[in-house]
Design a protein. Structure first.
Length: 185
């Protein structure tokens, strides 16, 4: 028979496990070094009854942790909602992308030159909100071009560039605006 104290402990552990796992994945990379704070796992809460504890069995948490780890430090992923058959007008387009960092709001001006729906040149103007964001935007700036130039605008989506995972969100925000402006209807 399980005492009420053991039941409370099991329920507390079941509730804390997903929080601890998420915190670890949010603040530490695979090698244990601190990285830019961003969730590295999706936590899908499953509707579940109160955890049950049976003699000799584990506690059911009702939570599934699914790691979303890119295959490399620098990864460009194809957006599943954008079709590569889309066409875009040739030209040079500029948009300001915004995103939230732990220090507050940050922005990035993105200029893309498009020819035959392919990005032929790219540049950015950093607009960090604080010194930490400046460092991450500098890191992003050092490696984003290889993941952008030569890519079809319809497929352009960045997730992690040189260890920076929030700045690409601002970049993608600007790219979405450029897609809307340059799309052939």
């Amino acid at each position: 028979m399980i005492s009420s104290s053991q039941r409370r402990t099991a329920i507390l552990l079941a509730a804390l496990l997903p929080v601890l796992a998420f915190g670890y994945l949010m603040f530490f990379s695979k090698d244990g070094n601190f990285t830019e704070p961003v969730p590295q796992a999706e936590i899908a809460a499953q509707p579940a009854a109160a955890p049950s504890v049976n003699s000799g069995s584990s506690v059911a948490t009702g939570v599934t942790i699914v790691p979303s780890v890119p295959s490399s430090k620098d990864s460009a992923a194809t957006s599943p909602t954008v079709a590569t058959a889309e066409k875009f007008k040739d030209g040079t387009y500029t948009a300001t992308g915004t995103y939230q960092s732990p220090g507050g709001a940050d922005a990035l001006d993105v200029t893309l030159t498009v020819k035959n729906s392919v990005v032929t040149d790219a540049s950015i103007v950093e607009k960090p909100g604080d010194p930490a964001s400046k460092q991450w935007q500098d890191t992003f700036a050092s490696g984003y071009k290889t993941q952008v130039v030569g890519k079809n605008l319809a497929d352009l989506h960045l997730t992690n560039v040189s260890g920076s995972s929030l700045t690409p969100m601002g970049f993608d925000d600007a790219v979405n605006q450029i897609r809307s402006e340059s799309r052939v209807v």
